[in-house]
Design a protein around this ligand. Structure first.
Ligand SMILES: [Zn+2]
Length: 308
């Protein structure tokens, strides 16, 4: 079984790269919505927070479309035009979306670039070759998201002081929502027997979630920094042994990254595969996971259901 897993790895690697290149090159950014100062957000998470803080009082463009992984992205010409006209460009930082710097330079215009994760306590990855590198998936912990909300509200207020009271009210309301969601998630995780609170994931994107809610990270198929390069065959074989030794109950895969190797790992070890977690992207508009609070709750319900 392990041998077939190893054989698959070689083929899947280049395929995963081809698929991710295709996905990043061909998917256009979501059209701008709202009216007011031009604001560009790199990720779906930042876009959703701008909406929570500002409602429709800014003209918002979100560059990465829902369902795409965030580590490699190439904005289309339309997006470059919007960056040119933007007052403010909001980025995640921590190595996730540095491609935006080139876009801003090419676009020209006078946009101010703000890293919205300033002040967040950054964790490092625990997986594979990338162990020790800064983990950009900070939105998986609502306490970090509260910091992002404050940063976004401050930046919007500075760029558009006339709407200061709108931004302050939006930020306060969403802050309260995040506090409530944190308690709901904690209750869901407490339903899992302590010895079952262990996670193996497809892409190493849930470090902040696991740290906040006391889940133990056992391993991941893809390391934290890129969803295009996965763990080596030897690391996968070791992970397979760990799953058996630790009595891990499920392997979790997310919406954005090819789950085939994760599925094989689950088959090989005889544990459940749970698909559909939201790692790098929120869900499409109108879905339960179109907001950060909705996404966190949707993930927590799946994790709780699978492990308890
Ligand atoms: Zn990721």
């Amino acid at each position: 079984m392990i041998l077939s897993l190893i054989k698959r790895v070689v083929g899947v690697c280049s395929l995963a790269l081809a698929v991710s290149l295709l996905a990043t090159a061909c998917v256009p950014s979501t059209p701008a919505t709202g009216s007011g100062i031009g604001v560009v957000a790199t990720t779906t998470q930042i876009g959703a927070l701008v909406r929570a803080v500002a409602g429709d009082e800014v003209r918002l463009t979100v560059l990465i479309p829902p369902g795409a992984e965030a580590h490699d992205f190439e904005p289309d010409p339309q997006a470059v035009k919007r960056v040119h006209h933007a007052r403010l460009v909001l980025k995640n930082g921590i190595g996730l979306d540095d491609w935006i710097l080139g876009t801003v330079e090419n676009a020209g215009g006078g946009a101010r670039i703000l890293v919205v994760t300033e002040g967040v306590q950054i964790l490092t990855s625990a997986a594979g070759d990338e162990a020790g590198e800064d983990d950009p998936h900070v939105w998986q912990d609502p306490e970090n998201v509260r910091v992002m909300v404050r940063n976004i509200a401050a930046a919007l207020t500075e760029a558009d002081p006339a709407h200061a009271s709108v931004f302050a009210a939006g930020a306060a309301a969403y802050d309260a929502r995040l506090v409530a969601v944190d308690a709901e998630i904690r209750a869901l995780i407490e339903e899992i027997p302590p010895q079952n609170r262990k996670m193996v994931t497809n892409h190493d994107a849930f470090g902040y979630f696991m740290a906040r809610y006391g889940l133990e990270f056992v391993g991941a198929v893809f390391p934290v920094g890129s969803a295009g390069s996965q763990a080596s065959a030897r690391q996968l074989a070791a992970l397979s042994n760990l799953i058996k030794a630790e009595g891990v109950k499920a392997v979790f895969a997310e919406e954005e990254v090819d789950p085939r190797v994760a599925r094989e790992l689950a088959n090989d070890t005889g544990v459940r595969i749970v698909t559909g977690l939201y790692a790098d992207s929120l869900g499409p508009p109108g879905s339960e996971a179109a907001t950060i609070d909705g996404m966190l709750l949707a993930n927590a319900r799946k994790i709780s259901e699978a492990l308890k």
